[in-house]
Design a binder for this molecule. Structure first.
Ligand code: PLP
Length: 460
């Protein structure tokens, strides 16, 4: 198979037909699981749930409330079409009967079976996976919930991990609280830079175990907005295999890729295209950016043993993601089918591409000469390097570029413009002059005015 990389180089990946599939054994994950994951006991009631479905079983097991007492009897939803956002063409879907009963009752920790099946089919469709490859899907209360459980299931305080930086500020408190050695791997407009990882690994002390995992955001990274090129993904995967680490692929912006070049494959897909060794990638997807953040639904896909560890945690913490949210999504997905879902996702991507283009226009208009940036090909973020005025720079630091935190508190907030200072995206909270700006909610007038304010504060 020949795939074009972003820089138009053709990269030859072995065709699937020629490959021998090698699925990693459980011993690989057993060595990776944290002490807390290994010592976690199954929740007694949930552990017996599967027996409820045995033929002829009379279950007196769970404290499931009697649905005849639930006050909700029927709900109606009006749904936009997947191709366009014309509110004259709404479809009415009702949620009642058996579906409502399932929505309102306790359900399996891994998710409502129909949703799990749908997401499993979607994974096969999008990433070329097959069912016999040792992976499964679990649904969580947003990908944040699943990330928390996965990181807790993998990391002990004595471990080292790789973190793509700048990184999603929401993941830092998790890894920091686990007390591990966080090795920050830089990224640029082409995504994570594996060459620095390779250097670190080459000179890794013999007596110390290699880092256990890499956390990376391959499409439209939050906060950098960058999408990792295929060449870099291949190198990351090669290193993961050579040095035996797990790739945590946090991909809530997968569907919001709007670049001109063909979409690079996910790590989950890439694994099976290159030499056929499977099982090193744990993927996180989210409904938040394409359906709704308030539903709190995401899903993790990866090696059975790692997903089991996530569910074991769930079975004694939040028990399951909201059954009502899951049923709302099931209703939508039944109505759309995979094609309708993908058409909706494409509509979202196009929407953000148009916004990106407009935002870029006002960046050029107001920030030329006082800031630099790369244009994102996915998601909703610009990572902007501010050329801060001398008053924001420290005299006692050589070549100091200033600190965006100071700019935020002393200039931006009083000046009526709110941005995220870049230091929040680093484990060491370093002084940095970058800010993350999100263009998702802004109309043209606010883009113009917001960036005008930012520009004039930088020029003051
Ligand atoms: C990179 C990244 N990961 C995870 C999340 C959490 O998403 P969710 O709403 O699915 O919990 C976000 C949310 O902004 C994000 O940007």
């Amino acid at each position: 198979m020949t795939i074009l990389d972003f820089d138009n180089r053709a990269l030859n990946l072995e065709t699937e037909g020629n490959q021998v599939k090698r699925i990693l054994g459980d011993d690989v994950y057993q060595n990776k699981l944290s002490k807390s994951a290994k010592s976690r006991k199954p929740a007694p009631i949930r552990n017996l749930f599967p027996y409820e479905h045995a033929p002829g079983m009379i279950s007196m097991l769970a404290g499931k409330p009697n649905p005849n007492l639930f006050p909700l009897v029927s709900l109606t939803m009006k749904v936009r079409s997947s191709e366009h956002r014309n509110d004259d063409a709404l479809t009415e879907l009702s949620l009642d009967g058996k579906d409502l009963e399932v929505a309102l009752q306790y359900g399996p920790t891994a998710g409502t079976p129909e949703l799990v099946k749908w997401l499993t089919d979607l994974t096969c469709h999008l990433h070329g996976s097959q069912l016999d490859e040792g992976w499964r899907v679990t649904v969580g209360s947003g990908s944040q919930d699943l990330l928390y459980k996965a990181l807790t299931a993998l990391i002990d305080s004595e471990d080292a991990i790789f973190l793509e930086t700048p990184t999603y500020p929401g993941v830092l408190p998790i890894v920091q609280s686990l007390g591990c050695n966080i090795i920050q791997i830089p990224s640029d407009a082409d995504g994570i830079d594996p060459s620095s990882m390779a250097l670190i690994l080459k000179s890794w002390p013999k007596e110390k175990p290699y880092p256990k995992l890499l956390y990376t955001i391959p499409f439209g990274s939050n906060p950098s907005g960058s999408t990792t090129t295929l060449a870099r993904r291949l190198e990351v995967l090669r290193l993961a295999r050579e040095y035996d680490f797990i790739i945590l692929e946090d991909d809530p912006y997968y569907h919001l890729y709007y670049g001109n070049m063909p979409r690079p494959p996910s790590y989950f897909a890439l694994e099976r295209k290159v030499n056929g060794e499977l099982g090193r990638v744990l993927r996180f997807d989210s409904f938040s950016k394409i359906v709704s953040g308030g539903l709190r639904l995401g899903w993790a896909t990866g090696p059975q043993m790692l997903v089991d560890a996530i569910d074991l945690h769930g079975s004694s913490s939040n028990l399951q993601a909201s059954g009502m949210s899951q049923m709302v999504v099931i209703k939508l997905l039944r109505h759309w089918g995979i094609d309708g879902f993908l058409a909706h996702a494409a509509t979202c991507a196009q929407f953000y591409r148009d916004k990106r283009d407009l935002f870029e226009k006002y960046l050029q208009k107001h920030l030329q000469g006082v800031a630099t940036w790369s244009t994102p090909n996915a998601s909703m973020f610009y990572w902007i390097r501010l050329h801060l005025p001398p008053s924001m720079k420290a005299e006692n630091i050589k070549n100091d570029e200033g600190d965006a935190v100071l700019f935020l508190t002393e200039k931006a907030i009083p000046g009526g413009i709110l941005v995220l200072p870049g230091s929040c995206a680093y484990a060491d909270e370093r002084r940095i002059c970058n800010v993350r700006v999100s263009f998702s909610l802004l109309d043209e007038e606010n883009m113009d005015e917001g960036l005008r304010r930012l520009g004039s504060l930088l020029r003051a």
